[in-house]
Design a protein around this ligand. Structure first.
Ligand code: PHE
Length: 455
């Protein structure tokens, strides 16, 4: 088994850098516009409980598996599988991750670009005295435009590429260490503003009050699908990052810390959004309309709303940026190591080609609205294929690889840092990656493909 490490391979320089980068990947648009709404709609506290169980029982073990593959393989997602299993087609799983990264970044960067437009709109007081109908019209006319959304998307891609091109330690680690504390500070400021509004309690009870009557089999699948996307599992992001971890990093502990940070931020996003939505008597919506229509409507009625609006969109942009760099790194590491390109060339090649696909995704809200493949516009098709097909399938093969192909001894050696750490959880972990996780992921997969979208 070839585990040779290239002498110039970059790495993370500190424990905090690892947590900032991995939590930065996990905390993204998924936490802020999806989690709060799904929770409110699906039984509040009852859903939260199920979500926590999904994170602890399945999310954390899958994350540990990705960490183990990446750190042992010492390569990009494709190369790590190839190093650990030279003559078997497991590298296809890594390749699927690279393709998923390509697709995810193409549509995610479009939305990330919108956050930049909305920062500008907040500071130039564009939400003032607008009715919800006006805000809706202006959002729709913005995203269906030809140039503005595309230009913002390209600016966002350029920012992402500028960080990635600087390397793991000097780019990704340096900026996530700076951005993640800012993100936490901004979200705390907004939570404080929101819970001190008159009538905030109704929002908190929408979010937290457990209503077990809303829990069905489907709710559990929703929770699992959301946990997967939110923790950045299934496409090799965490395999790639773990290939830059040091030999003494405690993989299980890191997985727990990253998952905890991601979950806390998701809950805080709910605490930030729902008290405000209820205080102003607005029907909670989901997805883009919650963030780009409902919330601007609230900010303009709130004392100091322009400032809080700007803070909110900066928060969204920061959350998106620390995720987009992790997605770009999957493709860059693959290009650099497998095509033997310099980091600079690999970053340029990856970001330019993703940006081209991204432009099609952006234009599918406007000029290309009628261009459909399998009945879906480009944006929706990329989102569906990546989130509903490639991520769950990738996650499934990752746990099957660790559970059934990679030997228990090697897995134990990797998780215990060659027997330096005690791994009392090991039997439970193996049981999960062999049986529980594959069955649960297969269930989400079948559900999301044949019955309805989770993405
Ligand atoms: N976890 C990110 C979010 O919640 C999205 C993401 C998915 C990032 C997969 C990397 C890989 O928005």
């Amino acid at each position: 088994m070839s585990l040779s490490q290239s002498p110039i391979r970059d790495s993370f320089g500190s424990k905090f850098g690892i947590i900032a980068a991995a939590a930065g990947s996990a905390v993204g648009l998924g936490n802020i516009w999806k989690f709060p709404y799904i929770t409110g709609q699906n039984g509040g506290g009852a859903f939260l409980l199920i979500y926590l169980l999904c994170v602890i029982l399945i999310g954390v073990p899958v994350m540990m598996s990705e960490f183990a593959i990446g750190r042992r393989g010492q390569r990009n997602a494709f190369g790590s599988f190839k190093a650990l299993s030279p003559n078997k087609p497991w590298y296809m799983v890594g390749l699927m991750g690279v393709v998923a990264a390509f697709f995810i970044l193409a549509f995610y960067s479009a939305v990330a670009g919108w956050t930049l437009e909305y920062i500008v709109q907040s500071v130039t007081h564009r939400f003032a005295n607008q009715s919800t109908a006006n805000l809706q019209t202006s959002f729709n006319s913005f995203i269906s435009g030809t140039y503005r959304p595309v230009i913002w998307q390209l600016i966002f891609m350029a920012l992402t590429a500028a960080i990635v091109i600087a390397g793991v330690k000097k780019g990704i680690e340096k900026y996530t260490k700076l951005l993640m504390p800012i993100l936490v500070l901004l979200i705390l400021i907004l939570c404080l503003r929101s819970v001190t509004l008159d009538g905030a309690m109704a929002g908190l009870s929408f979010l937290f009050k457990p209503d077990f009557s809303k829990i069905t089999g489907e709710t559990i699948l929703f929770a699992l699908g959301q946990a997967f996307f939110s923790l950045s599992l299934g496409m090799g992001t965490l395999i790639t990052y773990a290939s830059y971890f040091g030999k003494n990093e405690n993989l299980a502990l890191t997985a727990v810390q990253v998952s905890l940070a991601d979950t806390i931020i998701a809950v805080l996003a709910g605490v930030m959004i729902f008290p405000a939505v209820f205080a102003f008597n607005i029907e909670p919506a989901s997805g883009p309309s919650l963030v780009f229509i409902t919330l601007p409507g609230i900010f303009q009625q709130m004392p100091g709303g322009d400032i809080f609006g700007a803070i909110f969109f900066v928060l969204l942009a920061v959350a998106a940026l620390t995720s987009t760099i992790s997605v770009l790194e999957v493709v860059v590491a693959y290009f650099a190591e497998e095509l033997k390109l310099s980091r600079k060339k690999a970053t340029l090649l990856a970001s330019v080609s993703i940006a081209v696909l991204g432009i099609f995704a952006s234009l599918s809200f406007g000029p290309l609205a009628n261009f459909k493949i399998f009945g879906k516009g480009v944006f929706d098709l990329l989102d569906f294929t990546a989130s509903n097909v490639l991520l769950p399938l990738g996650g499934l093969f990752i746990v099957l690889f660790i559970g059934w192909y990679f030997t228990k001894d090697l897995t134990r050696a990797e998780l215990s840092n060659e027997n330096k750490l005690r791994v009392r959880f090991f039997p439970a972990y193996i049981f999960i990656v062999r049986f529980v996780a594959p069955l649960a992921i297969t269930a989400i997969f079948i559900y999301s493909i044949f019955i309805g979208g989770l993405g």
